[in-house]
Design a protein around this ligand. Structure first.
Ligand code: FAD
Ligand code: COA
Length: 401
């Protein structure tokens, strides 16, 4: 049950399911164990045409929409969260922003890299600016037709494996701040982009999360990604593009939960206790029913957000926040319930359930926390901005903007 899909969309989904079952699933446990980036899966995604699906045909892609991308991502996430996240970042996120706002040369650069197997990195978060992303201090100073970037990002997905980076920075011309812009930097652009410490993570272990230290990184002016309304509106428009990534992240959470549910359903039919398959016990039947209801609801929110693009062709800010909040909370519950249905076998590292539960834990944190995204939704519900800084709140309370 779900959003009405066309025959072509169903065929795409079926193709992703087959690749996931035959090629990706057998490798998932080893990726988790080794924590190595799965280059062989990248090749498999590339050969299947699942990298850069959303890139317009004029730039070598297939010109598919976000709905097609999420159909593929869910199938991959059912068996391997890491590989599904690679599909997110090679179809959404930094790539989406560059393909929407970039110059011809920037689009050609990004499309070429992604279609060749590169997973772009998006560099927003800093040690002192997580949820409060607009408080970032990474700066780009214009000097003699070039920009010089300095700052420190952390928790950057793909640090050390990604070539393409979209770095958010405060832009200064003659020492005067112009707004927050996005800079396209390549890992081999020079010594100014340093891949720092890798975080040891709870789950999703096959993709490095690292610091990116930016020290006097010199970039040509052509590397500034200028959204339509320029630097003044830069951050808002870059975040508009980022809504696509939020829908993608929601889909990985959905897929992990759906995969865990399918395994629990199957196990509940095979495992016998008290002389009966455990699915005959009402306690488990109601768990399975609740899981299926939650999955359908998350899928509906995600498909709605993906199929109904708002500003600039990107998923709407509220719809993507709703989808991610719901899918992320749901995935924690559903993967844990699935693990419960396996009993002790679910707690064993010999089964994928414990990996899926660890992987699912991430999605209420990365890409905008569950609390921040609820504030985004509340702002829509109440029909007004909800400034989170003390000054912004006081200003609003005194009748300011
Ligand atoms: P904080 O902002 O310090 O928040 C701490 C707690 O306080 C949270 O529970 C939060 O919800 C709560 N909180 C903060 N402010 C409020 C408020 N106003 N109201 C209510 N609650 C509040 N970043 C990138 O730029 N690029 C990436 O590729 C990337 N990948 C990531 C991958 C992973 C696996 C993870 C875990 C993170 C990644 N991040 C990335 C960083 C991520 O976006 C941040 O972790 C997130 O924005 C939260 O920031 P923080 O961790 O500093 O938490
Ligand atoms: N989609 C569209 N526009 C967005 C947006 C989004 N997802 N997030 C912010 N904006 C716009 C706002 O509407 C606002 O535009 P306006 O000036 O026309 O009103 C502008 O960007 C600034 O946003 P605002 O909410 O006023 O900023 P803030 O200083 O209060 O900071 C955020 C709050 C945006 C940083 C916070 O809500 C947030 O999203 N934090 C999580 C960051 C994140 O997702 N990091 C992931 C890194 S991978």
């Amino acid at each position: 049950m779900g959003f009405p899909l066309t025959d072509a969309q169903r065929a795409l989904e079926a193709r992703a399911r087959t690749l996931a079952r035959d090629v990706i699933a057998p490798r998932a446990a080893e990726i988790d164990r080794s924590e190595d980036y799965p280059w062989d899966n990248v090749t498999a995604l590339k050969e299947a045409g699942f990298l850069g699906m959303t890139i317009p045909r004029a730039f070598g892609g297939q010109g598919l929409g976000y709905l097609e991308a999420v159909l593929v991502i869910e199938e991959l996430a059912k068996v391997c969260g890491v590989t599904a996240r690679i599909a997110v970042e090679t179809n959404m996120g930094a790539l989406g922003a560059i393909m929407a706002y970039g110059t011809e040369a920037q689009k050609r650069l990004a499309a070429g890299l992604v279609l060749d197997g590169d997973k772009p990195a998006i560099c927003i978060t800093e040690p002192e600016a997580g949820s409060a992303a607009t408080e970032m201090t990474t700066r780009a100073d214009r000097k003699d037709g070039r920009y010089i970037l300095n700052g420190r990002k952390h928790w950057i997905t793909g640090g050390g494996v990604s070539r393409l980076h979209l770095i958010f920075a405060r832009v200064y011309h003659d020492g005067v701040e112009q707004g927050i812009g996005g800079f396209i930097a390549l890992r081999d652009d020079g010594p100014g982009l340093v891949v720092g410490r890798r975080e040891p993570t709870m789950g999703l272990r096959g993709i490095p999360e690292t610091e990116i230290v930016i020290e006097d990184l010199e970039l040509d002016e052509e590397r500034l990604l200028l959204p339509p309304e320029g630097l003044r509106r830069g951050f808002a428009q870059l975040m508009t593009a980022y809504n696509g990534q939020r829908v993608g992240a929601a889909t990985v959470a959905l897929g992990l939960a759906a995969g865990a549910y399918e395994q629990a359903l199957d196990y509940s039919r095979r495992r016998e206790q008290f002389g009966r398959p455990i699915c005959e016990f009402q306690g488990l039947q109601w768990m399975l029913a609740d899981m299926s209801i939650q999955l359908s609801a998350a899928r509906a929110l995600i498909h709605q957000a993906a199929a109904d693009p708002g500003e600039g062709g990107f998923p709407d800010v509220t719809a993507s926040a709703q989808a991610k909040v719901f899918a992320a909370d749901m995935a924690i519950k559903v993967t844990n319930d699935a693990l419960q249905i396996f009993g002790a076998a679910g707690y064993s590292r010999g089964n994928p359930l414990e990996r899926m539960a660890r992987d699912a834990r991430m999605f209420t944190i990365g890409g905008g926390t569950a609390q921040i995204l609820r504030t985004v939704v509340a702002s829509k519900v109440l029909g007004r901005k909800l400034p989170q800084t003390r000054d912004g709140y006081l200003n609003q309370a005194r009748g300011g903007a």
